[in-house]
Design a protein around this ligand. Structure first.
Ligand SMILES: NC(=O)C1=CN([C@@H]2O[C@H](COP(=O)(O)OP(=O)(O)OC[C@H]3O[C@@H](n4cnc5c(N)ncnc54)[C@H](OP(=O)(O)O)[C@@H]3O)[C@@H](O)[C@H]2O)C=CC1
Ligand SMILES: CC(=O)C(=O)O
Ligand SMILES: [Mg+2]
Length: 642
């Protein structure tokens, strides 16, 4: 889609797009839509965006969504997101228009560029003759070449940059590469490398990705949303950059996280890339190093707090609903906990919101624990849990475990919480600290004398399961792991903190210090470890197992709210995907290589729960939800252009 202004608006001739094409009535793919920003330049450096009429089943099912939404009482909705139909003459609209890309702009359009894979017919039909060398190569050969190139980079950040370049050059090739090499490339586009990329985002910045909404845009956020070239957005991942992984406040440079998470929504969960919108809300940063960094890309001011912050967030949340309707999923990611819990509570009853750090993490860890029971025995209620870290991840997981136990044994939550203990930076959370505790920690303040250190807490609480959610690296010391191992035949130890530098311990440490007995998983991946002549592979306890399938389930059912029972359903489904062979190898998560199938299973169970709870709006309910979920998933294979 092109939004026209300046000379483009007058000439209706866009960046070399052939007039014969622009004049043609377009009834079948490829239809080109391209965007021009307010300064008259291509919105993202790309001249055009090809929009295919029937990209996949999900886009056709989103037409059904469109019909529903246009009847919505919420202003805008999905059909008329730009408000042209309703705008009065004195209201501003964005003059989008539709045209067809060909020639040079087609090669510069990441959504439809195929590089050397354009066939002879397409080269003729789309004015590509001479713009490409003569050879025509298949997509699988392009994949082979890209992987060979990728493997030559020794430095992970170089691989990250190569992947981002590819995403900006040839989107389908990017996703096919990622899907087919998910175990090798996940650590590049996601944790740990994405953490380093965020830290250095200003220096490595080339092309803007996603929407940057800063305090400068206060009062104009709806207008900013309208600058985004895609209209049918289904998932937004938004951060304010204050708690990026375990790396702290990275301000505007946190954009790498929404971009990375959404690339997993597509690669792992099959959401169309064009339906994904990464957003960074820039309210400043308290990171002195960034404030003094000449390459920093964000607002050079300290963070807005209180009313100023709340008003900007509220304007954003309202504008999103107005622009995209109420079924757009808004995933909060890497907010600091003093905002995260409040935002979730405030918007949980008015928007389709999901906090990945609180809810997604809870679901993935509960799944791992359910699977681990096959190795350690007993039910969840038989175990004692100790957390290092009582923030979003820690208390989110604790609450979901308590809820699951409560459902299993029919006991009240207040009771089932009692076997779950948390340690924060001031020691064990106990009743005597109640007055000074943040609200999300209070349910975990049990009757006990104060305990200062994790090691002492392990000794007195005697947990069977130890979970690290502190963001503080190497805090599971030799003594801590040895004590866990002296208390348990098979200690369950999860070091969730990301990236690798912040992991509470390494896989090697867990296996060595437990003499190979630990059931270990970590937030960022570790290579298999050799101990006493045996190899130990550890799983990745990361919310990436959950959110892509979870989001897909919400979308295919047209869910309007997230419910805890959906999280439990996702956990059970993921746990059921762990095979006996995985368990025999000490793994409590299935391999990522099978993730698309797993995501479809999760999506189906989440959707089923949405229907059961009366939260689904896409009716009638498909008979076979797994098959339906699979049929809705984006395929990165090239499309043929006529
Ligand atoms: N594997 C996964 O899927 C996920 C992993 N994570 C990771 O979990 C970590 C924490 O995230 P999140 O819960 O959102 O962060 P929060 O900031 O909300 O919570 C961190 C908690 O850790 C405590 N803490 C920090 N340092 C120490 C220390 N040295 N000793 C004891 N306690 C400490 C804090 O204590 P206090 O309250 O006293 O300040 C706080 O309770 C991050 O590294 C993140 O990357 C998060 C989500 C998903
Ligand atoms: C994985 C994730 O969401 C985090 O570390 O914040
Ligand atoms: Mg996160």
């Amino acid at each position: 889609m092109f939004s026209l202004n300046g000379s483009s608006l007058l000439n209706n001739s866009l960046y070399g797009v052939s007039k014969s094409w622009t004049q043609r009535k377009v009834s079948a793919p490829p239809v080109v839509v391209a965007a021009v920003s307010s300064n008259g330049k291509p919105a993202d450096g790309n001249v055009s965006v090809l929009m295919e009429k029937t990209e996949n089943a999900l886009s056709s099912s989103s037409s059904a969504l469109t019909e529903n939404d246009s009847k919505s009482t919420v202003g805008g909705g999905v059909e008329d997101v730009y408000g042209e139909d309703r705008a009065t003459e004195d209201q501003y609209i964005t003059p989008w228009t539709v045209t067809v890309a060909s020639g040079y702009p087609l090669l510069r359009d990441p959504h439809h560029n195929k590089g050397l894979a354009f066939n002879e017919k397409e080269r003729d039909a789309h004015f590509l003759r001479g713009l490409l060398p003569p050879v025509v190569v298949r997509q699988d050969l392009q994949i082979k070449k890209m992987m060979a190139n990728m493997r030559q980079y020794q430095v992970p950040l170089q691989r990250y940059m190569a992947m981002m370049d590819l995403q900006e050059r040839n989107e389908r090739l990017f996703y096919k590469l990622l899907i087919e090499n998910v175990e090798e490339l996940l650590p590049i586009v996601y944790t740990p490398t994405v953490g380093e990329a965020c830290q250095k985002y200003g220096s490595i910045f080339r092309q803007p990705q996603g929407l940057f909404i800063s305090l400068k845009e206060k009062g104009r956020i709806l207008e900013v949303l309208k600058n985004w070239p895609q209209k049918k957005i289904q998932v937004i991942v938004v951060t304010d950059g204050e708690r990026i992984l375990g790396l702290g406040d990275l301000g505007c440079q946190g954009m790498g996280i929404p971009v990375g998470k959404l690339s997993l929504y597509t690669a792992l969960g099959g959401i169309r890339p064009s339906a994904c919108l990464p957003v960074t809300i820039d309210v400043g940063t308290n990171n002195e190093q960034l404030l003094n960094d000449e390459f920093y890309i964000g607002l050079r001011r300290r963070r807005a707090r209180g009313q100023e912050y709340a008003e900007l967030l509220h304007e954003f949340m309202s504008a999103v609903k107005q622009n995209y309707g109420e079924k757009v999923l808004i995933q909060f990611e890497d907010f600091a906990n003093h905002n995260a819990f409040d935002l979730l509570a405030k918007y949980g009853s008015t928007h389709l919101v999901f906090n990945d750090d609180i809810q997604g993490t809870a679901s993935v860890v509960l799944a791992g624990l359910m699977a681990a029971l096959n190795l350690v025995g007993g039910t969840l209620a038989d175990h004692t849990f100790l957390f290092l870290g009582a923030g979003e991840a820690g208390t989110g997981i604790a609450e979901l475990i308590a809820l699951e136990i409560s459902k299993q044994i029919g006991a009240p939550l207040e009771e089932t919480r009692k076997k779950i203990w948390l340690v924060d930076s001031k020691g064990l959370i106990v009743k005597s600290r109640m007055d000074s505790l943040q609200h999300f920690k209070r349910p975990w303040a049990h009757e006990h004398e104060p305990v200062q250190t994790l090691l002492d807490a392990v000794k007195v609480i005697k947990p069977t399961v130890l979970i690290g959610s502190s963001g503080a690296g190497r805090t599971f010391t030799k003594e801590v792991v040895e004590t866990m191992s002296s208390l348990n035949k098979k200690p369950v130890i999860l070091a969730l903190s990301n990236p690798t530098s912040q992991s509470e311990c390494t896989a090697e440490e867990a296996y060595q210090w437990s003499e190979g007995r630990a059931i270990f998983a970590s937030g960022s991946p570790f290579s298999p470890v050799e101990y006493n002549g045996n190899f130990y592979a550890s799983g990745q306890a990361n919310n990436a197992y959950i959110f892509p399938g979870f989001g897909l389930g919400l979308i295919i059912s047209g869910a309007i709210r997230v419910h805890d029972d959906m999280l439990l359903a996702a956990s059970e489904t993921l746990a059921a995907q762990v095979s006996q062979e995985n368990l025999d190898n000490g793994l409590i998560y299935p391999p990522f290589s099978n993730i698309r199938k797993i995501s479809a299973e999760i999506a189906a169970k989440v959707a089923a729960k949405a229907y059961e709870l009366g939260l689904a709006t896409r009716l009638p309910q498909p008979e076979n939800l797994v098959a339906y979920a699979e049929s809705c998933m984006y395929s990165p294979n090239y499309r043929n252009y006529r």
